[in-house]
Each structure stands twice: as C-alpha cells, then as structure tokens.
Design a protein around this ligand. Structure first.
Ligand SMILES: [Mn+2]
Length: 355
C-alpha cells in the first residue's frame, strides 16, 4: 500500500520538476506510512527522492514503513539540523504546506543556493483515493448516518444548541468515533442562517429550523454531513427553501462524473437557487474534498477548477441563508466512479418536522 502511494507521489514530483520532497504534515505522513503520529513540538519528516525515501523521526515516535529507511534522532529539539543533513544541496526541493517557517528558515540558511518551492503533490495524490480509503470513508459515513438518525428525534423544546451538540457528541462516541473536530456545528432558528455558526445558548422554539453539520473520524478518515429539519411546524417559505436546496443538492450531484469540471456542480446548484428567487443567498462553495482531513483537496478556486477523476471523494453542500430568519443546507459525500458517482452517506433527506 505505502509503496504504491510512494510511486504516485514520485510521479507528481516528476511532473512538478522536484528532485527531493520534504513532507511534514501529519495527515500526509499518515497517508505515506500508514502510521499516525503526533509530533507535538518536534519535527517528523519524510524526504522523498526518485530513488530513495527516508523518514526522520524523534526517538519516541519511531515510524517504519515499506519503501522507507527510518532515521531516529535523539529528542534534542534539533530536528531541523538533522533534516538539513539529509538534503542534497542545490536540488530543487519541494516542501509541503505544513513545514513550519521555524524549520524552513533554518533550512534556507543551512543550504544557501538550494531552491525551496511549495509542493502540493502529496495532497494532490491524496485526492484520488484507493480502495482501502474508500472502504474507510464508506464505513465512517455509515456510522454517521446512524448518529444523525439517533440525534434528531432527541430534539426538545427549550434545549440549547450546546445541549443538542452534546446529543451528537454522545452519539458519535457510542458509534465509535475516534475523533471529531471540536463541538458539533448545530444551529437553531436564526443561527441556521449563518453558514459557519458557533453553537450557543439559544433555546429551541416551535417553528425553528434545526441544522446539524458535523462528522467524525474513524480509522483515520472523516465523515461530514449536514441535515436541516424543522421543529414543531414548518412554514410555506421554509418548505420552499428546503425543497429548493434539496433540488440544488441533486442537480449538483448529477454533474459528478470523471472528466467534468467540478465548477459545473456549483453552477448547477446556483441555477436552481437563482430560479427559485434566492440568488445572492448562497455565499459559499458547493464542494470540498474529504479523507484524512475534514476539508482537503480538491478545492475549486476562482482561477482553477478541478477536473473530476474516479476515486475523488467530495462533499456536495448547497444552502440558502436568510439572515435573521433561517437557513437550509443539505450536505452529502460522494465518490467519483468510472461512470458517475456513488453516495457515501445514506441518511434520509426528505423534509422532516420533529417531534
Ligand atoms: Mn463539508
């Protein structure tokens, strides 16, 4: 497994014209070695060249992986000096985004005349998942389906957003979460109109929208899902907004297949939302990659759209936000297949009113 990933990273290095690559990001090292190690304040790194690969780690975090030579340094805080000695001066040297300036500045000083360039080639390799990764992503999404199915029926009048977050946290733990990022993002009423709401002490009332956007990590891979429901009753406008977002979610998904620009999915969602009269009420992107990180490549940017490839795993998450009133977002995860896409999560997404 690690040998195949290493081969793909080397292809990326060749394409970028990089002769040695320094990898320091914890998710990148997990991807390359299969071992997840928290380096705390120390430096763990891999140095990859076309014909060799080394892992440098401090003595309490020894990592061994097929295809790599492991070099262990004493826990002296001198990781940067050890890394400098592994590099060949003068070669065009890629560094991943996680390499701290504290180490990079030292390397530049120790190796004058060596060109250091930012390289995303491990992140780009991670975009296209292998079978084992897709199996893990399916599994964590299945468990998350169960968490959502368990949590929403526990809504009660007067509970706070933080209380509902605790319901999710408990359900995640019971379903086997290894980790989830902070407090679950849940919102009630006006909070649902804020796409990145921080849960607080607002108390749930009849007629409120309820949004939960959260996920967990199992076996190193994340889920991410958003469902919006209504508490006690639903107004005609809430229903219209809900049905519009659901249609946008399906329209975006229908664009997902190999060879197509990811931008098409966003544009399809926008067309549905604009046609319903909510143009300008959808301020965020439709999609991000997911895997070892909660949000990871591929990301569309204004200057570069992603061309979809089989094996990519992405969120599809359009929304409509009416400030001060309510918002709706519906998020699913898909993997790109040879002819289209396959859903990773299966939680139902018809309009629901609780209790
Ligand atoms: Mn997401």
């Amino acid at each position: 497994m690690t040998a195949q990933r290493l081969r793909r990273v080397r292809e990326g290095m060749a394409a970028e014209g990089i002769s040695q690559l320094i990898v320091t990001g914890r998710p990148n090292l997990f991807y390359l070695t299969g071992e997840d190690v928290n380096p705390h304040d120390r430096l763990n790194a891999a140095v990859i060249r076309p014909d060799s690969a080394q892992i440098l780690c401090y003595n309490l975090s020894q990592v061994y992986a097929e295809g790599y030579e492991t070099l262990v340094y004493e826990d002296s805080g001198q990781g940067g000096a050890h890394l400098a000695r592994l590099l060949t001066p003068g070669l065009r040297t890629g560094v991943d985004a996680a390499l701290s300036s504290r180490y990079l500045l030292g390397l530049q000083e120790a190796l004058p005349g060596t060109p250091f360039v930012w390289s995303g080639c491990v992140e780009q390799t991670r975009c296209v998942k292998d079978e084992e990764e897709i199996r893990r992503l399916r599994r964590v999404s299945e468990l998350t389906d169960r968490v959502f199915a368990r949590a929403f029926p526990q809504l009660e009048e007067g509970m706070t957003e933080l209380d509902f977050g605790d319901v999710f946290s408990a359900a995640f733990r019971e379903e086997g979460a290894g980790y989830f990022p902070g407090h679950p993002m849940v919102a009630f009423g006006p909070g649902t109109a804020d796409p990145h709401h921080s849960p607080g002490r607002y108390r749930l009332r009849k007629g409120d929208a309820v949004m939960a956007d959260t996920g967990m990590q199992v076996d190193g891979y994340y889920s991410d899902m958003t469902r919006t429901a209504f508490f006690g009753s639903v107004s005609d406008e809430q229903r219209l907004v809900y049905e519009t977002v659901l249609e946008a979610n399906r329209a975006a998904m229908a664009e997902i297949r190999p060879g197509v620009p990811l931008r098409n999915a966003h544009e399809a969602a926008c067309r549905v939302i604009e046609a319903a009269g909510y143009g300008g009420r959808y301020p965020h992107r439709t999609s991000h990659g997911i895997g070892i990180d909660y949000h990871e490549e591929p990301f569309d940017t204004p200057s570069r759209t992603v061309i979809l490839e089989a094996g990519m795993c992405l969120s599809i998450e359009p929304g409509i936000y009416l400030p001060g009133r309510f918002g709706v977002r519906i998020e699913d995860l898909v993997t790109v297949t040879e002819n289209g896409f396959s859903l990773l999560n299966h939680a139902q997404k018809g309009l629901e009113v609780y209790p």
